[in-house]
Ligand binder design. Structure first.
Ligand code: R5P
Length: 311
């Protein structure tokens, strides 16, 4: 087995390799003067089971191109099996046509990864489970919930918890987390979004008075959804609001928005490389998913059960 990395999240790839007690595959993933991506693998990978760790986060298109070219290089170097390990799958939110004459870009990206030569895909908290079906190759979708629930129990386990989904679409994810937290009660924020990038809280379904609310979502991007939901929960009588979000996209002024929000803290994972602003924020804490990914990779290589990781 070999672990190779592009440039999008080297610390995570190194941590995964360390979990597996393997060195990272010796390769250069660099740019020509005109920004073309060039990949060169400096060791033999013929007949190897290779896992390429490359979340397609900002800059999304560059990181996607690196992933595709790494896969192409491995295929031409006769790797036996190539797994695209894409902890954060960019374009996932474009998983359906929101209107006439619009693309389904998540499907296009799935086609590109498959056509490049990937044999399998490994991702974490895909925006929608059905994106697995966009790939005609085996695709494992891991959940960060066990990592989050362990942290919630340790930090907030003594309090009267309430798990909250920030929108109707996230209820299944929130219910799964609530189940892990001794069947904590569930509330839902009924959010209406008029324009992309803007969010408006309309209503809270459930009684959150006096509760320590745990907001759960897959992505924080502009932070609008989360910060508005936190304020609405406090206005409805919640004692405190903490957010657990798998993918800290945190674009534009999101970190400042979180720093100035009503949230006690925002907890994200290291699926996406943290910016300096994120690292400097005293309101944002990061949990690592390296052991989760490492264990899933070990099980894929051994051909043992991945789903039993979540029993
Ligand atoms: C939407 O369906 C996602 O689950 C997130 O709620 C959304 O992407 C968050 O975006 P933002 O932080 O920009 O409000």
């Amino acid at each position: 087995m070999k672990i190779m990395s592009g440039n999008s999240n080297l610390p995570l790839a190194r941590a995964v390799a360390a979990y597996l007690e393997l060195p990272l595959t010796d390769a250069s993933v660099r740019r020509f003067a005109d920004e073309e991506v060039f990949v060169e693998i400096h060791e033999n990978v013929r007949g190897e089971d290779v896992f390429v760790v490359q979340p397609t986060s900002f800059p999304c298109n560059d990181n996607l191109m690196e992933l595709l070219i790494c896969i192409d290089a491995l295929r031409r170097a006769s790797a036996k099996r190539i797994t695209a390990v894409v902890p954060y799958f960019g374009y996932a939110r474009q998983d359906r046509k929101p209107g006439p004459r619009t693309p389904i870009s998540a499907k296009l990206v799935a086609n590109l990864i498959t056509q490049a030569g990937a044999d399998r895909v490994l991702s974490v908290d895909l925006h929608a489970g059905q994106i697995q079906g966009f790939f005609d190759i085996p695709t494992d979708n891991l959940f960060a919930a066990p990592v989050m629930s362990a942290d919630i129990q340790a930090r907030y386990g003594e309090q009267e918890l309430m798990v909250v989904s920030p929108d109707v679409g996230g209820v299944v994810r929130a219910r799964a987390l609530a189940k892990r937290l001794d069947n904590a009660p569930l509330a839902i924020v009924d959010k209406r979004r008029d324009k992309p990038g803007q969010s408006e809280v309309m209503n809270i379904i459930g009684d959150v008075k006096g509760r320590c609310c745990i907001l759960i979502d897959d992505i924080i991007d502009s932070g609008g959804t989360l910060c508005n939901a936190a304020q609405a929960l406090l206005d409805a009588g919640a004692k405190s609001v903490t957010a657990y979000i798998t993918h800290g996209v945190l674009s534009g002024g999101a970190v400042a928005r979180v720093n100035n929000s009503a949230l006690t803290e925002l907890v994200i994972t290291d699926s996406i490389l943290a910016t300096d602003a994120t690292k400097d924020s005293t309101r944002i804490r990061t949990l690592t998913i390296a052991p989760l990914l490492g264990e899933a990779i070990r099980r894929i290589a051994d051909e043992s059960s991945v789903s039993s990781l979540f029993d």
